[in-house]
Write a protein that binds this ligand. Structure first.
Ligand SMILES: Cc1ncc(COP(=O)(O)O)c(C=O)c1O
Length: 367
């Protein structure tokens, strides 16, 4: 059997090389590198896809999250509640925007637990930043009702979730603003770093727009201090091309998730994410297929020896476990989760045969 890499970065380029080269040649020949029509076109198409009123292409999702909080404005004592199972970027965005990230434990679905969110609220709390993890949107009814009850801002970390929805509404469009990542391995990935901010608020749009382009407004007039965090026009053109077939990409990922579900759901030693189509409210895009497994480390090694790539998300640490960053919390669900979690390969470059090979190997390991 051939190897099944976790994600083949070369194929990310090579599988569509001719189209990319054509786009690069067309756009570069015009000298259209920064803030040109291709970027505006992509932002418009992203808005119509997600039904967000405004989209702003930015250099990466981390910058995007930070600028959302900068635009809202944070004081050093202001607390923003985040999930313990998320990327460092979620926490650093709050910290670097001047506030204090407060991680809380995950619930049964490994996403931020709304009960823990409410417990963590105090007089310093100004916001919640749920992570729409692995391409699954949190129960945003619960999160938004807590936010409304306590008058809190909500910025969604939708880096992993473009196209996923809850109750028919897309991730990234529930709160005041959100940030999406186009890192190459994301479901919509570009050739390098890239991201976008979504918001329905005209005020936040204006402020974030200025922040991402040296403080200049849409007419180029300087309104405030700002930075340079623009999405390259070349990458915007490539993303716009890829957005056209995005629904098919999601469909394929859901097919792979269904094969995993069909083949592995009877194994008593592992837990799988909810099967596609098994829940009315959630539509998941499977950015990752993250399981928990008994004897996880041995399983990982066994699969590695068979040339099957797997990954332990965030290097196996919850945010609150980074003592170097000043965290010192005990969040038992997350800690148990990180002893067992493992992501299986899920991407456009693997065939049904590859997925079945992964499943056969896991079944063999537990026999
Ligand atoms: C949950 C989450 N938040 C934020 C980010 C940061 O995205 P970027 O790499 O575009 O800055 C990522 C990217 O991996 C992510 O998975």
């Amino acid at each position: 059997m051939t190897a099944v890499p976790f994600f083949d970065y070369s194929r990310h380029y090579l599988d569509d090389r001719d189209n990319y080269l054509k786009i690069i040649d067309e756009v570069s020949s015009k000298g259209a590198f920064i803030m040109q029509n291709e970027l505006s076109q992509f932002e418009e198409n992203l808005s119509s896809f997600t039904k967000a009123k405004y989209s702003i292409g930015v250099a990466n999702a981390t910058d995007g999250l930070e600028m959302c909080w900068m635009a809202i404005g944070l004081n050093p004592t202001d607390e923003v509640i985040i999930s313990s199972h998320t990327m460092l970027a979620t926490a650093s965005a709050i910290k670097l925007a001047g506030g204090k990230p407060i991680p809380v434990d995950i619930g049964y679905d490994n996403l931020i637990d709304p009960l823990k969110v409410e417990e963590a609220i105090n007089e310093n709390t100004v916001g919640i930043m749920p992570t729409q993890l692995n391409g699954r949107t949190c129960d945003m009814d619960k999160i938004m009702s807590i936010a409304n009850k306590y008058n809190l801002y909500v910025v969604e970390d939708a880096a992993q979730a473009l196209g996923s929805s809850f109750n028919g509404k897309f991730a990234g469009t529930f709160g005041h603003a959100s940030s999406i990542s186009f890192y190459p391995a994301k479901v919509l990935g570009c050739l390098g770093d890239g991201g976008a901010i979504l918001t329905n608020s005209e005020n936040l749009f204006q402020t974030i727009y200025q922040l991402h382009d040296h403080g200049r407004d849409l007419n180029g007039i300087v309104r405030r201090w700002g930075r340079n965090s623009r999405l390259d026009n070349l990458n915007a053109a490539i993303l716009d091309f890829k957005l056209k077939s995005y629904k098919d990409v999601i469909k394929r990922r859901r097919q792979i998730a269904s094969i995993y579900q069909e083949r592995l759901s009877t194994l008593e030693y592992i837990n799988l994410p909810p099967a596609p189509g098994s829940e009315d409210k959630h539509f998941d895009i499977f950015q990752n297929y993250e399981i928990t497994a008994r004897n996880r480390n041995q399983l990982k090694k066994y699969l590695h020896d068979l040339d099957i790539g797997t990954l332990i998300q965030w290097g196996g640490q919850g945010i609150h476990q980074f003592k170097e960053l000043g965290f010192d919390l005990n969040l038992p669900n997350t800690e148990l989760f990180f002893k067992k979690c493992l992501m299986l390969p899920i991407n456009l470059f693997i065939s049904d045969n590859d997925v079945n090979y992964v499943c056969d190997s896991i079944i063999k390991f537990y026999k």
